[in-house]
Ligand binder design. Structure first.
Ligand code: FES
Length: 386
């Protein structure tokens, strides 16, 4: 029995329903044997209005390779796509709509596990919210950050540099021709914003939560590592399906606390806290403002990425990725927290990366800032930067 046998109520007769589904799936040219495998849904979110997800088709192919090699049956399906810069009045209005789309499609379609493929700001929270409510075994795969562009010898990455150059243009320091040239070099590859904005923050948080494979947060969208992560995620999804490992077995109060520590240590986006609150809520957990403030007072900022530092996500990847940060934070984390791999965070961390660029990931003893950059002031509806 596999996912194809789920949810037969519509047809009354289980045997007939199974026969019907398999008959229609034969139209896709799949072998009868493949229909006996664990069914792994792949929730995709490509759109011409979402260049951050431009590389998804190739990434999804890598996931399918991993699923097939591990003995599963990949079944990709679309959901809505939220391109941050293209939605009016704001993409936030549509986050919960995407969460509903993901939840209902994961619940309604016959799958044993789902790989959630997305990256642009509201996508990862929406996919996690939906999958958590659906309650099926799930694993997140982010699309990965953009690589940087160049303008007159200077590295550029959306979108901290967008605001900086636009400010200079408004001040008359950059002319029309120059701003047109900058415009063509701010976002030069597929992938999510190159700085520690909401998308990068959520990518790091989802790895810290244990819902994505170790080492998966930072690989650039166009780097071969991203495809290797895709293949490994596909294979992991088959194992998760066989184990029946649902999100409530992975995300615990301990992993939520770890994610908050990481949010603070990476100098992450305030938006991520709003999303993490919603994501945790789907599993009946609450982000406590007082606890956040306590963690903020005891978690130094270690990562020197824009907008607070000078580097980009591709630099963090080359510096050991999130593992370098987690390893530095070891003594502040709950290493017994579970992960989607079935191992604890301590087990997947191991000895940490062999080399770390200290200009990008600072040691705990010599942090970029001694305390976290976020606090939740009493009475305010959202966290504040400090
Ligand atoms: Fe998609 Fe920034 S616009 S991540």
């Amino acid at each position: 029995m596999n996912g194809l046998d789920r949810g037969f109520a519509n047809y009354g007769d289980v045997a007939f329903s199974r026969f019907l589904r398999r008959s229609f799936l034969h139209a896709s040219g799949r072998s009868p044997e493949s229909l006996e495998r664990p069914v792994i849904g792949i929730a995709t979110s490509p759109s011409d209005f979402n260049p951050c997800h431009r590389a998804q088709p190739e990434l999804v192919t890598s996931v399918e390779r991993g699923i097939l090699a591990a003995g599963g049956l990949p079944m990709a399906f679309p959901t809505i796509s939220l391109g941050e810069s293209f939605l009016t009045p704001t993409s936030m209005v549509f986050r919960n709509l995407m969460a509903m789309d993901v939840e209902e499609m994961v619940r309604a379609q016959p799958m044993d596990a789902v790989v959630l493929v997305g990256g642009c700001d509201k996508t990862v929270p929406a996919q996690l919210m939906g999958a958590f409510s659906a309650g099926r075994p799930a694993i997140q795969l982010v699309t990965g950050p953009m690589s940087t562009g160049r303008y007159h010898g200077e590295r550029l990455g959306a979108c901290t540099d967008c605001r900086r150059f636009w400010g200079r243009y408004r001040a008359g320091e950059v002319d029309d021709d120059e701003i047109a040239e900058v415009e063509q070099n701010l976002a030069t590859t597929a992938g999510t914003c190159a700085v520690m904005g909401t998308a990068s923050t959520m990518a790091c948080i989802v790895e810290a939560l244990g819902m994505a494979l170790p080492g998966s947060a930072t690989a650039p969208a166009v780097h071969a590592d991203r495809l290797r992560v895709g293949e490994a995620t596909g294979a992991a999804a088959v194992e998760i399906a066989r184990a029946g490992r649902t999100p409530d077995q992975v995300v615990t109060p301990a992993s939520l606390r770890n994610a908050l520590r990481v949010l603070l240590a990476i100098g992450g986006s305030t938006n991520a806290l709003v999303h993490l609150t919603a994501v945790a809520g789907r599993l009946g957990m609450r982000v406590d403002p007082d606890e956040l403030n306590t963690l903020s007072d005891t978690t130094p900022v270690l990562v020197e990425l824009k907008p607070t530092g000078d580097h980009y996500m591709e630099d963090l990847h080359a510096s050991g990725g999130l593992a370098a940060v987690l390893h530095e934070l070891r003594d502040l984390l709950d290493l017994s927290a579970p992960t989607v791999t079935g191992k604890t965070l301590g087990e997947v961390l191991g000895d940490g990366p062999r080399w770390v660029d200290r200009a990008v990931v600072r040691p705990l003893a010599d942090p970029a800032r001694p305390v976290g950059g976020l606090v939740w002031l009493r009475g305010s509806l959202a966290p504040q930067a400090r």
